[in-house]
Write a protein that binds this ligand. Structure first.
Ligand code: FE2
Length: 269
């Protein structure tokens, strides 16, 4: 028996303009999406990845580590959902952890757009964060640390309740390895400067470092990376699918996690 996971992240559907964006942080996100990211984030890679996942990879579990959109505008969520809908319709469980761009602002229409997206995307596997999803071989702890921050910060914040949840799951005498699914990396990462850090992560980081969390699957940092031991335990940062054209196929077999990196069309990287 083995379990196959496909991990992708940070698809960042392009920002769309709303007059209300002039009133809050969305203006920064719009400028960033239009002038900084521009054409280097290619949305057709999401479409190709969806085809590859369904036609070739056929995983047991799909992990989407968040940042579906750029500024949380409901039209961005609609576009993202349209691209991802075949995954939803396949019935394969989708474990989703929202990113800071999915909870970009407090605006009510944005929050409602996010909520519609969340419910539709996770239809085959509805979970209230934090939650555990179990397969025969693995336990997935799916957490949510995304909060709206001021325009200069792209941080996450782990609540004490979420940290306690992870500690209590990690303390269970269950032989199945615990896999944490989140947007923000748990491990202190040189790429995560002050502006992008996960506030309140110390207790979860300790669980990862002592092996109680076997594997952390994260996004947020757009450059793909991983820090794994000989049994494939540690942390995998997915990298942005639309920027770097990368999907991670993770196979758990015989107590070992093995990672294969693929382009969105399924070719090995
Ligand atoms: Fe992102």
């Amino acid at each position: 028996m083995s379990t196959k996971i496909v991990l992708f992240s940070d698809i960042h559907e392009h920002a769309v303009f709303s007059p209300r964006a002039l009133l809050d942080k969305r203006l920064f996100g719009l400028l960033n999406s239009t002038f900084c990211r521009g054409g280097s984030y290619r949305m057709e890679r999401t479409d190709a990845a969806v085809r590859t996942i369904l036609n070739d990879l056929k995983p047991d579990v799909i992990v989407f580590s968040g940042d579906a959109v750029s500024t949380s505008d409901p039209r961005e969520f609609d576009s993202a959902l349209n691209r991802l809908r075949p995954l939803v319709d396949s019935g394969i469980p989708i474990l989703f952890s929202p990113g800071n761009h999915d909870r970009y602002v407090r605006d009510r229409t944005c929050r409602e757009g996010f909520e519609r997206f969340r419910i539709a995307l996770t239809r085959s596997c509805p979970l209230e964060w934090p939650a555990v999803y179990e397969t025969e071989e693995l336990r997935f702890a799916v957490i949510d640390c995304a909060r709206p921050f001021n325009p200069v910060l792209s941080c996450g914040q782990m609540s004490p309740e979420t940290a306690s949840f992870l500690e209590s799951e990690a303390a269970k005498s269950d032989p199945r390895p615990l896999v944490c699914v989140g947007h923000f990396p748990l491990r202190n990462n040189a790429l995560l400067e002050f502006r992008h850090r996960l506030i309140g992560s110390a207790r979860a980081t300790a669980l990862l470092e002592n092996g109680s969390i076997a594997l952390s699957l994260a996004g947020h940092v757009h450059l793909p990376s991983q820090s794994l031991d000989a049994r494939g335990r540690g942390e995998i940062i997915a990298g942005s699918l639309t920027k770097w054209d990368i999907l991670r196929e993770i196979t758990f077999d015989g107590g070992v996690f093995t990672v294969r990196d693929l382009a969105s069309d399924g070719t090995p990287r």
